[in-house]
Design a protein around this ligand. Sequence first.
Ligand code: FEO
Length: 397
Amino acid sequence: MKPVKITEGIYNVGIADWNIRDFHGYSTSNGTTYNAYLIIADKIILIDTVKKEFCDELLDNISQVIDPEKIDIVISNHTEMDHSGGLPRVMHRIGEDKPLYCSKMGAKNLARHFPQKWNYHAVENGEELNIGNKTLAFLETRMLHWPDSMFTYLKEDKILFSSDGFGQHFAGPEKFDDEVGDEIMYQAKKYFANILLLYSNKVLKLLDTVSEMGLEIDTICPDHGIIWRQDPVKIIQAYAKWSKQEPEKKAVVIYDTMWKSTQAMAESIASGIADEGVTVKPIHIRNSHRSEIMTEILDSRAVIIGSPTLNNQLFPTVADLLCYIKGLKPKNKISGAFGSYGWSGESVKLIKNELEAMKFEIIDPGLKIQYVPDKNGLSECFEYGKKIGKAVKEYTS
Ligand code: FEO
């Protein structure tokens, strides 16, 4: 990726990680980018760096705009190493004594990652930094999604450098929202569902604060994916909607299967749900990545989980998924459990226990069928699906 000019004197000098397919357990089928921003004002500013292994490319990109040694100030919006991994080389190159601005928690966290005694300037929420002909303002965004996270706002250009916020794991020839079109919204939704969902209340609070401050935003520059320059309001509104967790008239039937009996149950349940006019997606866990499943859960009202019983336990992939969902704490869900079994049949109860622990409303004790579901069994599943469909409609209407 070459430097991308955003506006006069402002560049994305980050890099594209085209081949990454697993980002700490999140599936990245379109790769990702680590964006870093160069501001050429009376003082020269670099916001964030890239993963350590891409630092040569970052420095090369900076060099195409300006001699890196002319950078006066580095800002670290977030300590996670996809953005801070390049700091040691960058600071070494530009001068170890150059100021490194970050949040108070950022100074602590960076010191826990890097032994260098950098010239930290820990900023307060709302603090401003005069860089001659321009002004930067810092906005603390604690737990979005790390305790050290903050945004940096360039007042004169109305640009918000939003760290992971509003990001998407996407690497492509397109660099801006107006170049990529609506398909980017799926990647933004997936990012929210897997990284920020747990902090939905904080996102809502932040959006309120930004609105109360009357912050004018012409451009949003996140640390991953495309830059929102044509319609930043679109992604802000999407975040407001996702954070409220108001589900759509939609259900997901998520399952794993050993001899296709639980699969047959899942498909009959899904048919029953669809019969009620509710959008439904049956999802075989081993054919979908957990981060894609989570994206479907985000706007579903009903989350129905099926598992065979294996050695008196859940099927391991189901246990894995339940653990993942539990951590992200989705809200406003109704749910149910089902599964085929051979001789002991604990899976339905085990799923139900997990769903209750997640504070999902259970619509039914669950449905279990021994060995292979016959015609009556499948009809029972269909009726179970109809019951779920009715409950979804009741809520969403
Ligand atoms: Fe893209 Fe939280 O790092």
